[in-house]
Design a protein around this ligand. Sequence first.
Ligand SMILES: *Cc1c(COP(=O)(O)O)cnc(C)c1O
Length: 404
Amino acid sequence: MTQTTTSPTVREIRLVEAHAAHNYHPLPVVIARGEGAWVLDVEGRRHLDMLAGYSALNFGHRHPRLVAALEAQLGRLTLTSRAFHNDVLGTFAAELADLCGMDAILPMNTGAEAVETAIKLARKWGAETRGVAPDRSRIVVMGGNFHGRTTTIVGFSDDPSAREGFGPFTPGFVRMPFGDIVALEAAVDQDTVAVLLEPIQGEGGVIIPPDGYLAGVRRLCTERGVLMLADEIQAGLGRTGHTFACDHDGVVPDVYILGKALGGGILPVSAIVASWDLMGVFTPGVHGSTFGGNPLACAVGLEVVRMLAEGEPQRRAADLGADLAARLAALPKDKVSAVRSRGLWAGIDIIGRSGRSVCEGLLRRGVLAKDTHGTTIRLAPPLVIERADLHWAMDQLEAELAEG
Ligand SMILES: *Cc1c(COP(=O)(O)O)cnc(C)c1O
């Protein structure tokens, strides 16, 4: 008699499918441990993580400095609410603002909350400083944007799967093609309070705007007295080889919107960072979050900021990014229609098969990656990845493309 045994992988997938909403379509791997750039699944197989939690794991899994910061704080104090002070927020705020060359932060938890906070800042600033009538206030956003999942944010997305069925939507947004400075100039009028953009569109497929575009946006915003809000949630904090993706173009926005890696892959930590001229619109009672600025989040975020202030993650991303770019350029032209990369971040457009099938093939070869928009594969390994491991991952991609 044959005994049927259910593998731990199948058991977990069945449980999730039976009891968790199907709002994701994960690859069939169940991860049980992680260290650095590597994870171990429940069958004991090792995989190289080439997604890094969409940049939330820029410093890898369980970075010793981040785990130590978490554990030290965990033994002391975890949550106070902002009804009282805690003894970590001030240092975190000071050092994060300093890293950004700005005055002040407003801490939140998720990326979407930070984006919402930046939208609220821009609208209130527009009303109070520019005298824009609240019912006329407008923010320009970009085609192909991804800023999160709240009803306001999906309302200005042009991705049908993100928005359809969730209306009615918040008014006050106008969408322009990403990378088109002429269209943007035409869109900014006397009721425009801000331009909101990702300096590189991550979810969109690592879309890099033309040279000079970000500088052009900066110039236009300054000339017209409009705020430039840079969503650096996925692009920032070392990913591109710079602290911020805007740095590559020598551009400083009015507001940095940060998340993902700010929590070190441990906790959701987000923030906006700006000058006091702008942050001053937030007075007591105007905005808040129960968990925003909690000491546990601040302790981890502070260690992230210190690692970035030392500069090693950015140097690694730039250095290894050169290897990645060279390997991308050598991918076969009959299998790949376009490659884009900056630092340790790449989008690869596949010809003739779905991104999903390539990622399933990579999974069988021990590499974790994720498709986006059907035929694009996004690579975003932890910045702590070893050079030999990066090359091994690219060997696997080459082999997989050759087979398909
Ligand atoms: C992930 C992401 C968000 C949303 O962050 P959440 O923490 O998932 O809410 C916003 N903007 C960009 C550019 C992102 O990549």
